[in-house]
Design a protein around this ligand. Structure first.
Ligand code: ATP
Ligand code: MG
Length: 460
């Protein structure tokens, strides 16, 4: 502002002096005209020098602007100052981008950015070795063209990515990958891929180990239990002091037998052994069998069972496995609900899902336990569960079976009011007409362990 005022003062002074001189020599108008022409010329020259300097390639030529006169000097310096500030800011940003690129290149996990049209935008170096992407050929190609696994396509198509996806590396089935997607910006996606082959191998070893140990333990336990049963049959021949220990040994050996059977069932489910038979069968018939069995086995508890299911609904899946899953839930409801409880089995068919609910009005489960219920050996109240003969494997088995049928298991519960376990299946697992493709007596294939468990629970 100061410079502007002094410039104005200077120009007015020159103008007044020129006018006075012109007036004194009788040439007022020509003198005024001369002043204006000189003023315009001066400004044109300054403007020309500025445009010439601005036209230079400032990336290579960083020379300062020419010396400006009057107000123009301030304009030249101001532009130069702004230019220097911008250079500093872009150098700073460039440095950050370089560091981000260098650090992402040093990462062992693959990081891929996908634009809103699902095309590959950017990826780090590890992506090239993990997924075989090539730069720049694959840039702008749809990501699902390059990772062709159908599981990935289905996962990518979802917009909720709570759980990571595990797949084999494209073109290398020996390599196992964990994929996690995060949404950012305007429907853009960040895909993070980790090589979990080592973890996967360890997990397989653990599952094999549990499977083998359970298998090996089966025979000795059966022998011990057999001898104990024989001793119990002739208990009168023994000294009376042995009666209680032998009964307890027999109970515990039955418990061990059930744990081993459950572990074997779980290990078969975990190792992805394919379901024995995929068939369609009437759901009401399967549920009626479960309810009838539970009524008999829990007769002493005098529970009130109710079943609501449309007669036309047919389920497509492994009948034995589904029997095991629902019966596990019914057995839990019956086991943990005190005398004369109400146990409802409801099947609801909506436009999107088939839901099987097993409800009870038992003690309920505190909220902090709900997320852990399906972990192996997790029991809410260890003393209460061991009274009822539980091992904590039942719900882990249910979860696996439901997942194997593309469904999910959820639990809602209120302490003092009861619990509701829901198995939700997609409609692809449902048929509402047509003949069954499975004979009703396939129930004989259902795991014996459940019936053992039910009867054992009822004995306590
Ligand atoms: P298993 O079924 O292997 O014989 P379990 O019944 O103890 O043993 P889960 O079926 O996995 O094991 O159940 C885990 C725990 O969840 C149980 O120990 C129990 O504490 C709790 N639980 C399950 N169902 C109910 C229910 N309907 N009401 C109250 N608590 C329940
Ligand atoms: Mg159970």
């Amino acid at each position: 502002m100061q410079a502007w005022r002094s410039e104005l003062r200077k120009q007015v002074l020159i103008l007044v002096s020129v006018c006075l001189v012109g007036y004194s020599i009788g040439q007022f108008l020509p003198a005024l005209l001369l002043f204006l022409v000189c003023y315009v010329l001066f400004n044109l020259v300054q403007l020309h020098r500025l445009t010439k300097w601005l036209a230079k390639d400032h990336a290579s030529d960083r020379s300062a602007p020419p010396e400006g006169f009057g107000l123009w000097g301030g304009v030249f310096d101001g532009i130069y100052r702004l230019q220097k500030q911008e250079r500093r800011a872009s150098a700073y940003l460039e440095n950050i981008v370089n560091k981000a690129q260098e650090s992402s290149a040093a990462l062992e996990m693959a990081i891929i950015m996908v634009d809103r049209n699902n095309n590959l935008d950017w990826w780090n170096k590890a992506t090239e070795s993990l997924l075989g992407l090539r730069y720049p050929e694959d840039r702008r190609l749809p990501v699902t063209n390059l990772i062709r696994d159908p599981a990935f396509t289905a996962y990518f198509g979802r917009n909720v990515y709570d759980e990571p996806l595990h797949i084999n590396a494209p073109g290398d089935s020996g390599k196992r990958l964990e994929i996690q997607i995060a949404l950012f910006g305007e429907n853009e996606r960040l895909i993070i891929v980790r090589d979990i082959s080592q973890l996967h191998r360890l997990e397989l070893m653990r599952k094999d180990f549990v499977g083998n140990v359970s298998h090996e333990l089966g025979t000795p336990i059966t022998v011990i239990k057999g001898y104990l049963e024989a001793i119990l049959d002739n208990i009168q021949d023994l000294d009376g002091k042995w009666e209680k220990p032998v009964i307890q040994m027999h109970q515990q050996s039955s418990r061990m037998e059930n744990i081993v059977k459950d572990l074997l069932a779980l290990s078969a489910l975990e190792t992805g052994t394919p379901s024995r038979k995929q068939s369609s069968f009437a759901l009401i018939q399967l549920l009626s069998e479960i309810v009838n069995d539970a009524r008999q086995i829990f007769a002493q508890q005098d529970h009130q069972f109710s079943l609501s299911c449309d007669e036309n609904i047919k389920f497509i899946g492994d009948r034995g496995e589904l029997y095991s899953a629902i019966a596990n839930l019914v057995s839990n409801a019956a086991k943990y609900t005190p005398y004369q409880g109400k146990i409802n089995i409801l099947i609801r068919l909506s436009e999107d899902f088939l839901e099987a609910h097993v409800e009870d009005n038992g003690p309920g489960i505190e909220a902090q336990h709900l997320p852990r219920l399906t972990e192996r050996f997790y029991r809410v109240d260890v003393s209460r569960s061991s009274e009822t003969g539980g091992t904590g494997l039942g719900l882990a088995i249910v979860k696996h079976i439901v997942n194997r049928h593309d469904g999910e298991l959820t639990v809602s519960s209120e302490v003092g009011k009861g619990s509701c376990f829901t198995c939700r299946f997609p409609l692809s697992r449902v048929k509402t007409d047509g003949r069954d493709t499975v004979a009703a007596d396939e129930r004989a294939e259902t795991p014996a362990t459940l019936m053992d468990k039910l009867s054992q629970a009822s004995r306590h």
